[in-house]
Design a protein around this ligand. Sequence first.
Ligand SMILES: [Zn+2]
Length: 310
Amino acid sequence: MLKHKQTQTRTYWKTLSDEELLSKELTTDDPEKLQNLVSELPEGFDDSYVEYAYDFRNSGRDELTCIHGHHRHRAGFVMRKGDTRWLVGWICAQSIYGEKFDEYTADYDAAVIRHDSLTRRRELESWILPFITWMEETNKSDIFRFYDSIRKQFQHKMPWIWQQGRAILHEALATTRFDNFFDEQTDLTKEFADAMLLTSANFAPLIGKSDLKLEVIVKAKTTLLRLIAKVEQTVDKLAQLADLFQPKELDILVRWAKEGDNPKKRTYSSDLNSITCKRGREKSRIQLPTNFRLPDRLKLDELKKRLEAI
Ligand SMILES: [Zn+2]
C-alpha cells in the first residue's frame, strides 16, 4: 500500500491536466516565505513531491536552512506533502531520499519542460488563432466580390473611364493611389487566397502541437508579421475602391469624361456613391454597394502591437 502511494507522489506532476499544470507556479523567488514551512521532517516524508527547485548560488542571496541537519545551502528543493512544505539542500536530498530521489526530480523536471511548452503553445495560439479568424471572416465577406464586380462594371458600362481613369487621377490629384484599381492585372481575390494558403501552410502544423521549441515560436512571429504586412497591402488596395467613390474623385472622373469621351454622345454625372453615364435614352449606373465594408484593420493593428512588444 505504502509503495503504491509513493509511486503516486513521485509522479505528482505527471498526473496533472494541462490546465492544472498551467495554473501552478514552478519557481519561487523566496522559498522561506512559503506557507506551512516546517523545520522537522514530517512522518511519511517520502510520500511527497518536489514543488519547486531553486538555485541561488550565483545570486549572493542569504543561505537557506536545510531540514536535514539544519545546515546552510543555496540550491535545493521545496518538498511538499499535503499542505506541508520543507526545504532540502541539493546534497542532503540524496541522504534523506537515497537513489530514488531522481524519480522525484525527474517528475518535476518533466513538469517544467511541459509547463514551458504549454505556455509557448498558448502564446502562439493567442496570435495565430485571431489572425486565422480574421482571414476567414475577410474571405467570407463580400468585399472581393464587390471589388471585382465594380471593376467589371467600369469595363463594360464606362470603358472610357476604365481606360483613362488611372491617367486622369494621376493628372488631377498627382496620386498613384488608384493604379491597382485600374490595372487589368490586379486580382485581389487571388492575392488574398494566396495569403490564406500561406497562413494555413505555416500555421496549421503548429496548432495543438505540444513540443514547440522556442525557435519555432520566434520564426512563427516573424512569419506572422510578414503575412500581416502582406494582407495589409491587399486591404490598402481594397480601400482604393472606397476612396474612388468619394465625391471629389467621382467629380474629377465625371468632369474629365464629359470633356474627353465623345461628348456629343455620352454624358456623365455622379451622386452619392454612384456614377452614371447617359447615352440617349440608355442610362448605366455604377453604385458602391451600401453594405460595402472594408475588413477590420484594427484587429491587425492590435495583433501587430502585441507581436512587436514581445
Ligand atoms: Zn542539508
